[in-house]
Design a protein around this ligand. Sequence first.
Ligand code: FAD
Length: 429
Amino acid sequence: MSQEKKFEVAIVGGGIAGVTLAIALHYRSIPVTLYEQASAFGEIGAGVSFSPNAVQAMKVCHQGIFEAFEKVCTRNMWPSKQKVWFDYLNGSEDAVNGVGEDGFAFTISNSLGQNGVHRAHFLEEMVKLVPKDITKFRKRLQSITENSNGRLVMSFEDGTSAEADAVIGCDGIKSRVRQTIVGADHPSARPSYTHKYAYRGLVPMEDAIAAIGEERAQNSCMHMGPDGHILTFPVNHGEILNIVAFKTTADDWPDSQRLTKPAEQKDLLRDFEGYGPNIIKLLKLTKPNLDIWAIFDTGDHPVPTFYKGRVCIVGDAAHATSPHHGAGAGFCIEDSAVMAELLADKRVKSQTDLEAVFATFDAERRPRGHWLVQSSRRVGDCYEWRAEGIGRDFGKMEAEINERNGVIANVDVSKMCEHAREELGKRLV
Ligand code: FAD
């Protein structure tokens, strides 16, 4: 234990939330151990992009996280598109009046434009900041109990256990820690299907340029259509194009335990039949065997509380969102920044102060987290011309997306943390 902090924190889960939080706590001299179920840190080979709020939050967590991100980040390739988040295009064949030749509809910009990274590469860079001795692998959490000394005891699937004064669940969308907080039978214990699924692909940039030309391949695009949309952005310093193709379905997902299922390129092409020639050419660049990702979220049953006693949830465990705002991982990092700043507060010294920290975190983060989940559903429907009151009206769509993206991006993360610390003060007295 550090001299100032007479408590130990356990983090369960080593994804973006867990790793950023572990780094933020460790470099603030807060005793922390991270327990991860896998045998090593790992992320999938897909792209993830970050908006300006996320980049600010990285810096608050630890400058090294920002530097790791900068090392692997790819922005739009054209100088004229540095502030462009996405160019929105009508990707369906029946282009409506008022859109440009290749279906250009409108542009959404922000102060940093598009910032795409290859997930695995970003994690790999961040992990260099995590000392080996604070990480325990092959530790799949099963339960949390309290012993007679008031310490929390985590029991793992391998039969071992470990103690801590506080447990922070960063264990993702199917969080075991969330179930511990709300009860395994509570509706919010499990995420639900948004009736959208996605195909993901990474394709060589030179092939993408040959298929759809430099402007569309080298810069981020959102190709819209009825009941489906395809987003693309460059990663790997422009060598690779990240493609994610979303489809809405009335069907249920067959197995909520498994959020992916194997598919073939012909399924993808069937789903986007009738879309414009650029889309078809792009989709044909994907591999013959693909995975379909079910998009689940916590939107049907928002988690009523992010904490119970000295157990708390962060990131997707607390507010798993569909990816239509491209902000879920960014909110994980915001969570880590706020949590780290609260725990680092000088007034937080011993085990007895920890519940006030988590109560403050819950009050500060829950409204914003739940808002993101609902807003993401709404914009996802906008892209597919399904949103009530918007339909195919691109002017209304642009205005609504701009307003919602502003809520995400136009924040001051340092002030967010400052406000949280003020609120903590009211709870500590
Ligand atoms: P996870 O990444 O799920 O990590 C959880 C970790 O906990 C894992 O390592 C897991 O092994 C471990 N774990 C789970 N259970 C246990 C247990 N019982 N015991 C021990 N360890 C356990 N967000 C963006 O900001 N921008 C984007 O562009 C973007 N694109 C997306 C595209 C798609 C298709 C999807 C599905 C999501 C996207 N997101 C995006 C959202 C983003 O991926 C998530 O919000 C983020 O990765 C969640 O991180 P996390 O650390 O909370 O959870």
